[in-house]
Ligand binder design. Sequence first.
Ligand SMILES: [Zn+2]
Length: 252
Amino acid sequence: MQTAIIGGTGVYDLVTGHESRTVNTPYGQVELDISDLRGVEIIFLARHGKNHTAPPHLVNYRANMWALHALGIKYVYATCAVGSCHADFKPGDIVLLKDFLDFTKTRPVTFYDGHEGVIHTTMSDPYCQNLRGLFMESAAAAGIRVAGDATYVCTEGPRFETAAEIKMFQKIGGDVVGMTNVPEVTLAKELGMCYAAVGIITNWGTGFGDEPDHGKIMAAVEKNKTVLTDLFVKVFLHKELTQRNCTCSGAA
Ligand SMILES: [Zn+2]
């Protein structure tokens, strides 16, 4: 078992046959599930906790990623609900994250606090090129539309963004906005795991379209559950997962 899915809003229903496991880490305990995704054994981790109790700025990102690594996971697909500030990426679409802009403020961002010396992790390819390619191949083969590559803006939350912030994010190259992908992606890189993330566009950013509506957000997530399940299964079942042709395992 080398693969894991980290899910946010509502994607917990992707998997069945949960066997709960508690993992102790230097950063606290993590509860996750060994699950069955249409015949493929994977680990599923609910990012906000099983009962969705941890808000984005208080998610224990270091414990989560440490636990996956401790269990031998090498490949992580994450899903995240995002707002859009790109006219071509509409609510209901899915996008594949390619890069990020970090506007977080208070959360712990690294495993390297100086005990091992000063270590800088390369971010030339934050989302694993190999996993991204496999996902796109599977989507194309299945005739499933991925709206495009997106630059993700990570805000601190838990409040939504202002209209001025969304306007700024758009001007500096942001496509979609969320509250959780940083430091998840960077911590994966520090631990040498391949990490890719799929954004489910649930709403327009503030001032960019309609106001965020919880009902619409849940409807967009619901619509994409089956689509994402099919894509993950195709990648996990039919593709050779390897770290030979990416740089993730030697990034830190
Ligand atoms: Zn990789």
